[in-house]
Ligand binder design. Structure first.
Ligand code: ME8
Length: 496
């Protein structure tokens, strides 16, 4: 048995999550469920990133204390994740006491090793990104520097600050990034940027007079910790670095950070350096994905092109449909241009017409022809080949984190099963036992594999057809007896 530790970014709770956040969170959930089923010691961490100027301002505008605001919003996030059946093991908040303690510990530790020093800083800052932009990075609109992502004017900031000696880690980064970033072209992208721009030390604190909503620097409370520095450390808190060293070592040996490509630099250059400064090994893997885009722009609040999670859940009749369409389009490398037309066609052809239809046809025939009792029999060679191939492909795609192709392999076997019914015409036979047994085995294998994406439909299928869900890598069986109880409609077709 192995160990599998998976994390999502911790999201800014200044607004509720949308399907871009769900894209990452469902994906990490699928990986976590897969490893749990394989028997690995699995830990899934998600949460909210609650400090910093952005949250401070949103709270001020709403006339609230930031803590009051983030308390409310953390509940909103948990409600959405419950709606999507996200099986996280901990929901971490950067205002959790154990996290604040860990941040103070990390700052002291890095300072005592000589990686933190005081200086002055000036530069152009984007509050929405919580990030400084240098010349060449920002865009100039009407003579003024603007954020390249949010297109809003940047703010000029000049102040005393603590620096982290990022510049000393270049060799370490060049050595470790290539083998740990997946897919590997993102590693090349980061190293390319490193070649072009080099590394400068980064500012990791803010004067409390300007940003008071943050963790005070332990030896100088007139400064608060930069929100990104605070946020990245959540991955150590979550694994219990200060509370259970043994468990931490186990989890950290196989940690997988799932992130969108917008925060790649933070999760490689900055994070790997922070870890090295603490004498902790870099993460086993950073798994990066592209954006969901809508009408040509990255889906997001500032672009005003957000699709709401509740709309997806409603349209696709619950969490399974919503999870499925997001995972079916999941693409690490490319941005995906989404629309309800695209999601409708995926939902209808894969879930309603293929899986749902097959389960309904097979259960109806089993009830009608065999009174629901389908006894052990060999599996037809054609079904056997299709299922075995699908399971092999599924496992190899899942091992390389390619969820979309893993589920498409299973869908191909189910299409083959539907074709097999059309051609063997079991409804014309008196007792089509072998056909129905073969088809039930195909459905069982598919439910085992697809349960990581559509847990509810898999459980309903198992209950209706009379089998227990099993590990996704278990193959076919010729020793079972099926007692089919009902012919469920798993997915009703959606009309445009
Ligand atoms: O960056 N397409 O939080 P955030 C795909 N707090 N993924 C998307 C997306 C889209 N259109 N929109 C958002 C932060 N995401 C920091 C993280 S981690 C230590 C701190 C997803 O609320 C994607 O995973 O801005 C992206 O990286 C993340 O949400 C950004 O969330």
């Amino acid at each position: 048995m192995g160990v599998f530790y998976v994390t999502t970014p911790i999201y800014y709770p200044n607004a509720p999550p949308h399907i871009g956040h769900a894209y990452t969170t469902v994906y990490a959930d699928v990986l976590a469920r897969y490893h749990r089923l394989l028997g690995d010691e699995t830990f899934y961490l998600t949460g909210t990133d609650e400090h910093g100027l952005k949250l401070q301002r949103v709270a001020e505008r709403a006339g609230k204390n930031p803590k009051e605001l983030v308390d409310e919003m953390a509940l909103v996030y948990k409600r959405y994740w419950a709606q999507l059946d996200i099986s996280y093991d901990r929901f971490i908040r950067t205002t959790d006491p154990d996290h604040e303690e860990l941040v103070r510990w990390a700052l002291r530790e890095m300072r005592s090793r000589g990686y933190i020093y005081k200086g002055r800083y000036s530069g152009w800052y984007c509050v929405d990104c919580e990030k400084f932009y240098s010349e060449g990075e920002y865009v100039v609109v009407e003579g003024k520097p603007h954020c390249p992502i949010h297109r809003k004017p940047l703010e000029w900031v000049e102040e005393e600050t603590y620096y982290f000696k990022l510049s000393v880690f270049e060799q370490h980064l060049r050595k470790t990034i290539p083998e740990r970033v997946y897919p590997d072209y993102y590693a090349r992208e980061v190293l390319g940027k490193l070649d072009k721009e080099g590394l400068r030390d980064i500012s990791i604190s803010r004067p409390r007079s300007r940003v008071w909503w943050g963790i005070p620097i332990p030896w100088d409370p007139e400064h608060t910790t930069y929100v990104w520095f605070d946020a990245l450390l959540n991955y150590l808190t979550g694994a219990g670095l200060l509370s259970d060293r043994g468990r931490f070592e186990r989890l950290w040996s196989n940690v997988h950070h799932v992130i969108g490509k917008d925060i790649l630099w933070f999760h490689t250059v900055i994070w790997f350096s922070m870890l090295e400064a603490l004498d902790i090994s870099p993460p086993r893997r950073v798994i990066v994905h592209g954006f969901l885009i809508n009408r040509g722009l990255k889906m997001g609040k500032s672009a005003g092109n957000v699709i709401a999670i509740e709309d997806l859940v409603e349209r696709y009749q619950g969490s399974d449909g919503a999870r499925y369409v997001l995972m079916r389009v999941f693409n690490p490398g490319k941005d995906v241009d989404i629309s309800f037309e695209l999601f409708d066609s995926i939902y209808n052809s894969d879930l309603a017409d293929n899986l749902g239809n097959l389960v309904r046809r097979v259960s109806t025939l089993a009830l009608r022809k065999l009174g629901g009792l389908v006894e052990a029999s060999g599996v037809d060679g054609r079904i056997e080949r299709a299922v075995e191939r699908a399971l092999e492909e599924y496992a190899s795609h899942m091992e390389s984190f390619d969820v979309s192709n893993a589920i498409q392999s299973v869908m191909a076997a189910l299409r083959e099963a539907n074709a097999y019914i059309n051609e063997t015409r079991p409804w014309e036979k008196a007792r089509p036992s072998e056909e129905l047994y073969s088809l039930l085995e195909a459905i069982r294998a598919a439910a085992n594999a697809l349960q990581v994406v559509i847990p509810r439909a898999a459980a309903r299928t198992a209950a209706a057809l009379g089998f227990e869900l099993d590990r996704p890598d278990r193959g076919l069986d010729s020793q079972r007896v099926y007692k089919v109880r009902e012919s469920p409609i798993l997915f009703k077709k959606v009309r445009g």
